[in-house]
Design a protein. Structure first.
Length: 160
């Protein structure tokens, strides 16, 4: 199964503009629901920045979707969230508009991701790895550090 649905799936960037996920065709994607006031915030944002810097030229794209569904740990406007992430953690990857990842109002992307790999998302920083052919490869728990599955990312990228 493919999550891009032939380029029909659209998400909103942090400014509310439509972005077709087909824009990322041929890239390896790491899709993450993020938050700014979670116990996992510092470690995850630090590792996301490191991984992006290290592998962006090999074809890795990180798609960060802020979420405020877990104990209100993702407050603020899209602009405030983007400023926080880009200033404090030097994020260079896209920060999209805030979404719900669970429930009836869950973003279509997250409905799809969960239908392929698992049930409800239990907290911030659930991670989904998608290969260059738009195939969902793996889902990682929020507490799984990014550096522990760096080899999976390298394998999907085709780098040694």
């Amino acid at each position: 199964m493919y999550f891009v649905f032939g380029g029909l799936l659209v998400v909103c960037d942090g400014k509310g503009n439509d972005v077709e996920l087909s824009k990322y065709k041929g890239k390896v994607l790491l899709i993450v629901n993020v938050a700014s006031q979670c116990g996992l915030t510092t470690s995850n944002y630090t590792e996301l920045a490191e991984l992006y810097k290290k592998y962006k030229d090999q074809g890795l794209e990180i798609l960060a979707f802020p979420c405020n569904q877990f104990n209100g740990q993702g407050p603020g406007t899209n602009e405030e969230i983007e400023n926080f992430v880009c200033t404090r953690f030097k994020a260079e990857y896209p920060i999209f508009s805030k979404v719900d990842v669970n429930g009836s109002d869950a973003a279509p992307l997250y409905k799809y991701l969960k239908s392929v790999k698992g049930d409800e998302i239990e907290r911030n920083f659930a991670k989904f790895l998608v290969d260059k052919d738009d195939k969902l490869v793996e889902r990682y728990a929020p507490t799984t550090t990014l550096l522990t599955f760096e080899n999976d990312i390298k394998k999907v990228l085709g780098v040694a």
